[in-house]
Ligand binder design. Sequence first.
Ligand code: FRU
Length: 470
Amino acid sequence: MLANEDLLALMSYDDKWQLAYHQMPVSGWMNDPNGSIQVDGTYHLYYQYQPNSANGGATHWGHKTSTDLVHFCDEPIFLSPDQAFDRDGVYSGSAIQVGDDIHYFYTGNVKEAGFHDYTFSGRQQNVIHVVSPDGYQINQREVVIPHKDFPDEFTDHIRDPKLFQHEDYFYMILGGRLRTNKGAILLYRSTNLSDWTYRGYFLSGDDDQGYMWECPDTFTVDGQDVLMFSPQGVIGDRYHFQNTHNAGYLLGQFDWEKEQFDVQSPFYELDQGFDFYAPQSFVDEQGRRIMWAWFGLPDISPEYSNPTVAYGWQHAMTLPRQLFYEEGQLKQRVVSDYQKLRAHHQQILACKDSQGKLAGQVYELEIKGENIRDLSLDLRQDTKISYHADSQEFVLAHGPSGCGRRKRCLKLKQLDHLHIYSDWSSLEIFINDGQQVMSTRVYPDKGQDTIHLQTDSPCDIDLWDLKSSK
Ligand code: FRU
């Protein structure tokens, strides 16, 4: 008899919405990227994974490897919830290489009797340290911060350790929910990766910044210090924080004396589409700061039903995006490695209406203009992208192939550049060289290949069919 995960894998194999060049689970459920690292040329992507159910459950760390960041191999599961300290989930965490070893830190989730997700208590979240010589084998697994040692002013929601090094110390930040119902990031310090001392808040939030901050990450890119996290409970408006949960960043400065993050900007969203959460970054051997994110969301709104569940799988990773600090903000661009998937190329210069000239389903589309005032772009089955300079509104709108999701809007002063990656069931839209991004899953029927651009300003269009990376 086939194991359940093999059955789900067979079902997903038949799915027309299987992704051609994005990472997805072989079977079952995928959420956050974890522990991403490059070691001796090999990229390792670990991720929250439940192979036996497309609707989630106790998570494992799935594992994929690649030598070019484009073609990946599925490896055996790296960590399973099989210990007393993580029996209900090997939750999110990160990796750091020290000497020859790779050290991983994750949250071991334990749900106690009477546990309820929406109460503050009834769960343990232990910080676990794992040592591996190569990213595949595990030599050591120890609890380094047991749940009972967390500070009292926090609820039981503390998780997602991210590691970094500064001078003689290792630092760990964790996301948390205070009893006052505000989000905060805890900072711990260590000299040996096993003994950790609590140093206080790296940052704590205000009332309007959400009740819980998940998946913190902090780094310097192009000379700028950044703090990234995924707040829950931020109230949105027409142009901001439209999803149930959101992900974004603050610009500021590390204050090493106070061991805090000194905030110098508003909280900016990283992606204003329907599906983007829990981003995590790492530096690769070329020195690039690369970010993956979950191409999905927790607690999705009831009007959305994801049709891939019927095919035994749900969710994916976004494309890996390189981060840049330019013109006072973070910009995101898909790592250039993906250009190797480019196949047939079509170019139309100074185009105002592409009716009948372009078509595609799995592609990269680049549109360049100068101060475009009005633009409308119909894609796939019934997805429409539009921009009007008078209202300064950029809109992504789905029809029925959005499976219940309708519209996301953002404010945009000027439009010069659009770069779109389309896969069988996804779109990632990069605006003005990655200044703003909208990512969404979408479920068109096979053969729905419309690409129809109409604009008042002549645009140069490049369209590349993309090969599958499987
Ligand atoms: C974010 C998150 C993390 C947690 C993990 C569990 O999506 O809720 O905070 O560690 O997912 O799968």
